[in-house]
Design a protein around this ligand. Sequence first.
Ligand code: GDP
Ligand code: MG
Length: 457
Amino acid sequence: MLERLGTILRKATDKLANAIFLDKNLVDSILRDLQRALIEADVNVLLVKQLSDKVKKAALDERIKDIDKKEHIIKLLHDELLGILGEYKQLKLKKEQNRIMLLGLYGAGKTTTIAKLGNYFAKRGHKVALVGLDVHRPAASEQLKQLAEQNKLNCFVDLEEKNAVKIWKKNEKELKDYDLILIDTAGRHTLDKDLIKEIKNLNEKIKPTESILIMPADIGQAAKQQAQEFKEAINISGVIITRMDSTAKAGGALTACAETKAGVYFIGTGEKINDIEEFNPKSFLSRLLGIGDLQALLDKIKSVTDEDKQGKIQKSLEGGKLSLEDVIEQVKSMESLGGFEKIKGMIPGFGKIKDKIPENLLENQEAKISKWEHIIKSMTKEEKENPELLKNQTSRISRIAKGAGVHTSDIRSLLKQYDMINEMISSGSDMDMSQGMSQKQMMKLAKKFGKGKKLRF
Ligand code: GDP
Ligand code: MG
């Protein structure tokens, strides 16, 4: 169900959470991914634009302190997404008899949903009756009867009678014993005069406590017009969206309902009897984002700037020396800036010298980092603390390479990086660890390579 949208939303929030600087390029790239994913999920382009404009404005708002910005943006994004999903509307059953009529076009999922709802509420202690009033399709009543039998639900159908009101009248007395009556009605290809007349007639006789419109998710944004038409012609009290599981366009149907303020009570998530769930926008969004709730998402941001970790590095720095582990932490923090490609964009005047920088030197760090972590595990304590011991020590390097299952060149590359960062630090820089490398340091680093300085090893 909206898996792709979920994946992209999670990636976007991860990128936001992990970013140390929120520069324009990063925000643009996150928003581009988001826009594409939302539009693919069939969310109205205008809604998508409004959402991304708001996020962008907040990201570039200089009145919000950088330190608060990420939290602000994540909250904003969360609330905007929640806004387009609409409000939580629960189908609350009354103490008196509930007569719920399900309406909708052909194949919307009315009959299936009647059985699902019947089962759902029967399990919650209600005395449920299903009533089949779809007299147009010969197989409709039979389908309802079978579903009722399979799920041990009481069912009232008449396979011969072609007048829906008559079926109702005939069973009215017996139905008084039930506190929840779910009524299946006939559909049409479109909401035509005939259908409106028929529903109005049933309304008069049955006086339903709820009239719920059933729409399949695959109609996407067209759900907006359909909901509006039904609302105008015959008052509907809410909506159920079926087949959420079988389309990538479900975002369109959901947000369209929110736009028309036709609250979504339930969503159908499969063909089986239990494949129905209450639609709670908040938990739905949390699931899409892969988190418990907004707080969990905000906590994720905090973990990036883990104070303990930073304090430790700061300490080693003050001692004038970084261990290999510290260097890896630092490279990781550069990585969370968006990798070297991104860092380049943040350094003014970088364009002039970038050609002189050895290609791939700082790229693909992620893959390298995991290799480096293996390497470090294969080192002795002494070697970790003092990587100088490895310089020109082919035998040590080979031993570690074997242990870590890597090539000796991987070890040399790690040592290169270690050397580079350590040197940069010992050259008296004022590294602000809470921000990863400062712009000044990155500039220095770039200049160093610009001069074509030879690295040892
Ligand atoms: P009706 O004409 O409105 O009564 O629609 P039906 O209840 O007969 O459903 C039409 C088709 O949609 C049937 O094949 C159902 O099995 C299928 N269907 C209904 N709800 C869902 C759902 O949530 N997920 C999936 N995958 N199929 C559904
Ligand atoms: Mg039906």
